[in-house]
Design a protein around this ligand. Structure first.
Ligand code: XMP
Length: 515
């Protein structure tokens, strides 16, 4: 089908920790990119007809027995190729250069000296700082290749075929430590692959609308709304395509934050004209969760009850054949890891089994997008900023932020504490600087003193993280005075809490949520 955006860059994944980052950078430069496993077939590559191919880095050594490699046919396709780090070594190995183990693993900054400042290296200063992370290195360039740049340790830091558009670079242009990495990638896209840069939110919306209309025809569609960015943007996109054929269902599971159910209802009634059904199922969820302390069991129960409640609501919207999900690219991406095409696709934990049991066909209009791109699409669709800029909130809600048993009392304490925390972050302009922040209820008691009285009360933990996509995260270095205000307010205003602690663990090895 003809889409509004046509150009794409294919990224073949050799298992680098930076593969996703390459995809992001290419898209940030205005060109659509997709990641596929290194052994994606030549036939499929021809079908996709990418404007350029990037071979990612990876942890392997090309001379090892089971090293991941590509078919030499790749070089006959006459599609521009850029090999990054291990990708460079793959090119060199297949085209008869020499790759050997280096005496020292090179990890960190290096100074790149440019010998031929055109094409891929156009407009780059020399020397320029680049980021290296490799064990093996090229000791002999393949025949018919020339060297465009070198570093003290890497005599062939940038190589290029003399007549074909095949390039290899030893460093990582996708990480920001490489000062002119973006310039290099831009050169590859716009000078070597001759892309125009047609990946824009507007083009994405137009092409998605066409696709959804074609897929749905005149049938009915439902969407489980959470009030978060992903499901709201997905709903807005489908609504633009098919209008009243869509009904959105918002379930209050009793595990929402302070005032959240009313807030979502108000936003939806004020900003959207789409069919909207509100279901108050709090008691159903909470009664099933009574006495349950095991995190996995909590998630399972919530998933099951959700299916039942949703099914019931769906019945009233008879004959719906499709279900909209706000699945994003990082949810899909694990299926294209180095394990190859046969790797099992991760079950998206937003809906846990819902589609299979309901025999609904799935529409996932955001499955090619990263979170920040989904936000851009939301802006393009005039989704209000109060939804677009909200922090992510997990499907199981506060159930995974109350360790141990969930009770009304604990929910009340957590809601109040969380509200204060978020209020203070917004007031101090920190809310938008971080990926996610929330309070956690700990089922332990500690001794305190208030007035002249001894207290023996609960502990609230504060979590705040910075992240690009939630796959890794750093604990946020919030200023002490903000933490101090939040702590004072929680202890003074929330009865039942006498201690507040700050979580200083990153992901990995911790996760963002506590359960
Ligand atoms: P973790 O805790 O795994 O979380 O580091 C990564 C991101 O995913 C969110 N999260 C969920 N989102 N359903 C969701 O829709 C879930 O079951 C779920 N569990 C975690 C979490 O808030 C963080 O942004």
């Amino acid at each position: 089908m003809k889409t509004e955006y046509q150009e794409m860059i294919l990224i073949l994944d050799f298992g680098s920790q930076y593969t996703q980052l390459i995809a992001r950078r290419v898209r940030e430069l205005g060109v659509f990119s997709e990641i596929k496993p290194f052994n994606f077939s030549i036939r499929k590559i021809r079908e996709l007809s990418p404007r350029g191919i990037i071979l990612s880095g990876g942890p392997s050594s090309v001379y090892n027995k089971n090293a991941p490699l590509v078919s030499k046919e790749l070089f006959q396709l006459n599609i521009p190729i850029l090999g990054i780090c291990y990708g460079l070594q793959v090119i060199a190995h297949l085209l008869k250069g020499k790759v050997e183990r280096a005496e020292h693993r090179e990890y960190g900054y290096a100074q790149l000296i440019i010998d031929k400042a055109y094409g891929l290296l156009d407009n780059m200063k020399s020397p320029t700082t680049v980021w290296m992370s490799h064990g093996d290195k090229l000791t002999q360039s393949p025949p018919d290749f020339m060297t465009l740049a070198h570093t003290q340790n890497a005599p062939y830091a940038v190589i290029c075929h003399q007549t074909k558009p095949v390039f290899g670079i030893q460093f990582h242009p996708e990480v920001l430590h490489t000062v002119e990495g973006i310039t290099l990638l831009r050169n590859f896209l716009y000078k070597i692959c001759e892309t125009r840069g047609d990946w824009t939110p507007h083009a994405f919306v137009e092409s998605s609308v066409q696709k959804i209309r074609k897929q749905v025809g005149d049938r009915k569609v439902i969407c489980g709304l959470s009030g978060g960015v992903d499901s709201t943007v997905a709903a807005a996109l489908v609504y633009k395509a098919i209008g009243d054929q869509l009904t959105c269902i918002f379930v209050d599971n009793g595990l929402l934050r302070f005032g959240e159910a009313d807030e979502v209802k108000t936003v939806f009634r004020n900003y959207f004209t789409m069919n909207f059904v509100f279901v108050d199922a709090a008691q159903q969820f909470l009664s099933r969760l009574q006495g349950v302390t095991n995190p996995e069991q909590k998630r399972k129960i919530i998933g099951e009850v959700f299916i039942r409640v949703f099914e019931q609501a769906a019945k009233q919207n008879d004959d719906a054949e499709f279900l909209v999900q706000g699945t994003l690219y990082p949810d899909v991406i694990e299926s294209v890891s180095i394990k190859g095409p046969s790797a099992v696709i991760k079950t998206h934990h937003n809906v846990g089994g819902l589609p299979e049991k309901m025999h609904l066909k799935i529409i996932e209009p955001l499955r090619d997008l990263f979170k920040d791109e989904a936000r851009q699409i939301g802006r393009e669709l005039n989704v209000p900023d109060e939804i677009i800029s909200r922090h992510p909130f997990p499907g199981p809600g506060l159930a995974v932020r109350i360790l141990g048993e969930i009770t009304e009392k604990r929910l009340e304490i957590l809601r109040k504490a969380d509200k204060i925390y978020i209020e203070e972050l917004k007031k101090s302009n920190w809310y938008h600087k971080i990926w996610q922040a929330f309070a956690v209820y700990l089922p332990v008691k500690s001794v305190g003193v208030m007035g002249d009285e001894r207290t023996y009360d609960s502990v609230i933990a504060l979590r705040a993280v910075t992240s690009e996509d939630a796959m890794t995260a750093d604990w946020a270095k919030l200023p002490h005075d903000i933490l101090s205000t939040v702590s004072n307010r929680i202890i003074n205003e929330v009865s039942g809490v006498n201690r507040v602690v700050y979580d200083i663990s990153s992901k990995p090895p911790s996760t963002i949520e506590w359960e």
